[in-house]
Design a protein around this ligand. Structure first.
Ligand code: AMP
Length: 212
C-alpha cells in the first residue's frame, strides 16, 4: 500500500496517519516532523526549514523532495508507506510519481476534507507536547493538567506556525499550491475523499474503508 494523505493544515492528517500506520503496520512519515527533527538537531537543513516554517511558507521543493525520497529509500523496504504532508506541490507530486514509476505509482490519495473556518479554530487552539509531539486542543481535547503532556510529562507549547498570522498564510499556501493536487490524483483515479469533520474514530473507519 503506497498512500498519501491530503488535506488542509489542521484536517487531522497526522492523527489519522498515526492510527492507520499502527493498524496496517505500514511505515509512515510526516514531512513536517522530519523538518522539526532537523531543527531540533540544529542541522543545516533544519536552519533553512525554520526560516520558511516560522512564517507558514513551504520549504523549497528540491530539499523537501530529497529529504522525503531518502526517507522512503531507508524505511520502506518494498512494503509500502503512508505519507503525511507530502506531496504539497505539483512538482513534488510529479517527483514522487517518477520515483514510483516502475512500481505502479501511488495506490491511494486519501483526501480529508474540512471547511476553512473549522481548520482555523483547530490550529489556533492546538497545543503540542514539545517532547513526544502528541497534539491536544485547548477546548476539544484539553490535557489533564494545564501545560503538561499527560503521556510523557513534557511541556505543551503552541507551534510558531499555529499563531494566527502563520495560520492564515498556511491556509493560503494550501489553497494555491496543494489543493490542485486533489484534481491531479482524481484524474489518476486514486483519489478517495472522506469527511474530516466527523469524530477521530469515524474518520479513521472511513479511511480504512477507502483503503480497502
Ligand atoms: P505540517 O507539520 O505538515 O503542518 O508542516 C509544517 C511546515 O513544514 C509547513 O508549513 C511547511 O513550512 C513545512 N513543510 C512540511 N511539509 C512540506 C512539504 N511537503 N513541502 C514544503 N514544505 C513543507
Amino acid at each position: 500500500m503506497k498512500a498519501i494523505l491530503l488535506g488542509p493544515p489542521g484536517a487531522g492528517k497526522g492523527t489519522q496517519a498515526a492510527r492507520l500506520s499502527d493498524s496496517l503496520s505500514v511505515p509512515r512519515v510526516s514531512s513536517g516532523d522530519l523538518f522539526r527533527h532537523h531543527q531540533q538537531q540544529d542541522t543545516e537543513l533544519g536552519r533553512l526549514a525554520r526560516s520558511y516554517m516560522e512564517r507558514g511558507a513551504l520549504v523549497p521543493d528540491d530539499v523537501t523532495i530529497k529529504m522525503v525520497m531518502e526517507w522512503i529509500d531507508e524505511h520502506e523496504g518494498g512494503g509500502g508507506f503512508l505519507l503525511d504532508g507530502f506531496p504539497r506541490t505539483l512538482t513534488q507530486a510529479q517527483a514522487l510519481d517518477s520515483a514510483l514509476a516502475g512500481r505502479g505509482g501511488i495506490d491511494k490519495a486519501l483526501y480529508i476534507s474540512v471547511p476553512q473556518d473549522v481548520v482555523v479554530s483547530r490550529l489556533e487552539g492546538r497545543l503540542v507536547c514539545r517532547d513526544c509531539g502528541t497534539p491536544y486542543h485547548m477546548e476539544s481535547a484539553p490535557p489533564d493538567r494545564r501545560g503538561v503532556c499527560p503521556k510523557c510529562g513534557g511541556k505543551l507549547v503552541q507551534r510558531d506556525d499555529d499563531k494566527p498570522e502563520a495560520v492564515r498564510k498556511r491556509i493560503q499556501v494550501y489553497l494555491d499550491e496543494t489543493a490542485p493536487l486533489i484534481e491531479y490524483y482524481r484524474e489518476q483515479g486514486v483519489l478517495e475523499e472522506v469527511n474530516g469533520e466527523s469524530s477521530i474514530e469515524e474518520v479513521g473507519r472511513d479511511l480504512v474503508a477507502a483503503l480497502s
